[in-house]
Design a binder for this molecule. Structure first.
Ligand SMILES: Nc1nc2c([nH]c(=O)n2[C@H]2C[C@H](O)[C@@H](COP(=O)(O)OP(=O)(O)OP(=O)(O)O)O2)c(=O)[nH]1
Ligand SMILES: [Mg+2]
Length: 316
């Protein structure tokens, strides 16, 4: 166990075709021969964004403009502890070249899974592939209203939706969910479902969202189907204990709530800002802030290292 972590500026550079730039680390380097996102150590007195610009110049001969933080990850390799401060870069000038002799490649988001990265990188790859907004369905009077609202949300470009309908019994919920699944899949949108892992899996669901209560009850075997490539496991968390359980199960994303007072849970006290930020920094799982969130709070969530926002009211 190494206590002092090295602050590393990491650039996820995305081109206009949506491809990401990766580079291969030299054999003699720490985590040698693995692929990485370009970057390097933040020097003393330097801001992380300055380090990003300098490293991309030194390693790739390009000038970048970091747009926002994507995720921050602290990882202990045993011989070295790193804090990867990962930023999105979608503005660059110049043609990247491996100035240190390192092979470089533009790869699609899906191809990222077939490269070997240092083990700290797994949450980065999840964070790249997940959107900033996680839409949760609200009230609906009938089937038509539900489907037309989901259609509108998909047409607005959203690709991650949770079907929440606490007013329905399990049987009715699953019956509608199976229709909604086909509808969303045809549009390339991921539908996260609630319920028992077995019933969601049997229905053909590729995304399971566990309640905090389920987090305390399910075992690794119960959710193993949702650990396969192409599946997503999410969990609702409200405190450190629940986040630890989500980490142990290997969840791909979590919601953290309540961030503000909400109409759906009027009696719950919002998390104090300090606790919210601490929990967001501590976990390596992409975090969506939930509870009275609005889209104009997105920059603040990114700044604190969260993935984005989850909400009913901002979208429904
Ligand atoms: N750049 C980068 N480093 C990563 C990634 N994943 C990961 O665990 N690391 C670790 C490996 C290293 O221990 C550390 C980065 O340090 P580095 O060796 O690139 O630092 P540097 O560019 O300043 O190079 P150097 O001249 O000090 O060798 O972070 C990643 O995706 N990109
Ligand atoms: Mg480097």
């Amino acid at each position: 166990m190494v206590s002092k972590s090295v602050h590393v500026a990491v650039a996820v550079i995305v081109n206009t075709s949506g491809e990401v730039l990766i580079a291969k680390r030299a054999s003699h380097q720490h985590q040698g021969d693995k692929w990485e996102f370009p970057g390097g150590k933040v020097e003393s007195g330097e801001e992380v964004t300055e380090a990003l610009v300098r490293e991309c110049q030194e390693e790739l001969n390009i000038t970048v403009k970091p747009s926002r933080r994507l995720i921050a990850i602290t990882h202990d390799y045993g011989d070295k502890c790193v804090m990867l401060d990962v930023w999105y870069v979608d503005h660059l000038s110049g043609q990247p070249v491996g100035l240190e002799g390192q092979p470089i490649r533009w790869v699609t988001m899906d191809e990222l899974w077939s490269y070997t990265f240092p083990s700290a990188n797994k949450p980065i790859i999840h964070a790249i592939q997940l959107p900033s907004e996680y839409v949760i369905t609200g009230d609906f009077i009938d089937y038509d209203e539900l489907f037309s609202k989901v259609r509108r949300i998909i047409d607005q470009g959203h690709r991650l939706i949770q079907f929440r309908a606490p007013q329905l019994g399990e049987k009715d919920y699953l019956a509608i969910a199976s229709e909604l699944l086909l509808f969303c899949e045809a549009a390339g949108c991921r539908l996260m479902l609630k319920g028992s892992p077995q019933s969601v899996y049997q229905l053909g669901g590729k995304g399971l969202h566990l309640t905090a209560q389920q987090l305390k009850q399910v075992t690794a075997i119960d959710i193993e189907s949702f650990k396969q490539p192409g599946y997503l496991l999410a969990a609702s968390c409200h405190n450190e204990e629940e986040i630890t359980l989500a980490e142990q199960l290997g969840a791909d994303l979590i919601t953290l709530s309540p961030i503000n007072y909400t109409q759906s849970h009027p009696t719950l006290m919002p998390l104090p800002d300090e606790e919210r930020d601490l929990l967001t920094h501590k976990t390596t799982i992409p975090v969506y802030w939930l509870g009275g969130m609005s889209k104009d709070q997105l920059p603040q969530t990114w700044y604190q290292g969260a993935q984005g926002i989850a909400s009913i009211r901002a979208y429904w």
